[in-house]
Design a protein around this ligand. Structure first.
Ligand code: TXA
Ligand code: MG
Length: 349
């Protein structure tokens, strides 16, 4: 299959191009599209056959449910049995934005979307191209991240081209995404609201108006006995090709230990990648050193993390030694992704 790549300027949207993409969606085809978090792989979320095509293109396990992307609140009401009051509060504060909420599904949502569950994940993305595409298509878009299953999520169109060219019908290049990590997943169907996947909207943000909010421990702790509640969280994810180790502890100890380990691996003839921050970059004098962002503004680390993991792949390193971050605010989402990318290889020094 030939994959058509079209470029759309986020600040000056060419509606004809959006219509072309929307027509493909209506025909049951697959179109990758930008959002503010990561690129999504879009298909008509109410068309079972189209949704099955998504799983095939990504190589994704069928029991891992998908998010439906919507462009209006009216659309939300058709997809869920009820919208709890707390959801309206979340909507007022964070939609459109990097927050996915889990509701009880209505009858029109096919089980292929929910992995057989009675609940459905829904979000309104904060990206004009995505919103226009959804509204022109006139259907909710099923939208997993547009990477091959297990690979780091794509934060620009080139990442999507590298993973999925030849497997999907169209890729909309809308430039770099902003947040860089996938949306926060908040379950509203249990006794108390619970974060199933940390993301751009943080625990602290939600705690401000949801005092009883919980965070699924499986998303922040490495422990085989704790099984994450969200189906997606149980899979190794976002993984670079190299073996990755994440070092946590005081800044000085982290640097010292990374340097020691780097020397050790290099003496074994391995190619070593070091993931540093702007503040620590100059401390590393060996290995392939990439700067992920600034410790003073962790949103920069979130924005670049997946891109840097893919750059290490391009550099063909054998091992990645990465500096961990504090787990408050957006740091919780960053460490969750680093934990998944490293297969839980955290080293506290
Ligand atoms: O930022 C994002 O959310 C991106 C962009 C494209 O919107 N999408 C994304 O989709 O990350 P995906 O499919 O890669 O991740 C969806 C996550 C998975 O961890 C899945 O298990 C969880 O949401 N999920 C979906 N439906 C669920 C449900 N009914 N109950 C629990 N978890 C659910
Ligand atoms: Mg994904």
């Amino acid at each position: 299959m030939e994959t058509k790549v079209i470029r759309i300027d986020h600040d000056q949207i060419d509606v004809n191009l959006i219509k072309e993409a929307a027509n493909l969606i209506k025909e049951g085809k697959i179109v990758a599209f930008p959002t503010e978090t990561v690129y999504g792989l879009g298909a008509n979320g109410l068309n079972e056959k189209a949704v099955k095509g998504l799983f095939e293109a990504k190589g994704r396990p069928q029991d891992n449910p998908l998010i439906l992307h919507i462009s209006s609140i009216d659309q939300l009401k058709t997809l869920v049995l009820e919208v709890p009051d707390i959801a309206y509060e979340c909507i007022n504060r964070y939609w459109p934005g990097p927050l996915t909420m889990i509701f009880k599904k209505s009858e029109i949502v096919p089980y292929v979307i929910t992995g057989g569950l009675e609940t459905v994940a829904i979000r309104m993305p904060n990206n004009k191209i995505a919103l226009e595409l959804i509204s022109q298509a006139g259907v909710p878009l099923a939208g997993p991240s547009a990477n091959l299953s297990g690979r780091p999520s794509p934060t620009n169109a080139l990442h999507v081209i590298n993973d999925l060219s030849g497997k999907i019908d169209m890729i909309i290049d809308g430039g770099e995404t902003g947040v860089g990590l996938e949306s926060t997943v908040l379950d509203l169907t249990g006794e108390a609201p619970m974060i199933l996947r940390p993301g751009g909207v943080t625990f602290e943000n939600l705690k401000e108006f949801i005092p009883d909010i919980l965070q699924d421990l499986g998303t922040i702790i490495v422990d085989d006995s704790i099984i994450p509640k969200s189906p997606g969280q149980k899979y190794t994810h976002y993984a670079p090709k190299a073996d990755m180790y994440v070092f946590t502890g005081s800044k000085d100890n982290v640097i010292k230990n990374i340097l020691n380990q780097a020397e050790e691996y290099i003496s074994q003839g391995k190619k070593v990648g070091i993931m540093a921050t702007i503040e620590t970059r100059s401390m590393y004098d060996k290995g392939t050193v990439l700067t992920v962002g600034s410790r003073k503004d962790m949103t920069t680390i979130a924005a670049n993390l997946f891109k840097v993991l893919r750059m290490f792949d391009d550099e063909k390193v054998d091992v990645i030694l990465a500096e961990g971050v504090e787990t408050d605010h957006i740091g919780s989402a960053i460490m969750n992704r680093m934990m998944k990318a490293s297969g839980g290889k955290l080293i506290n020094v």
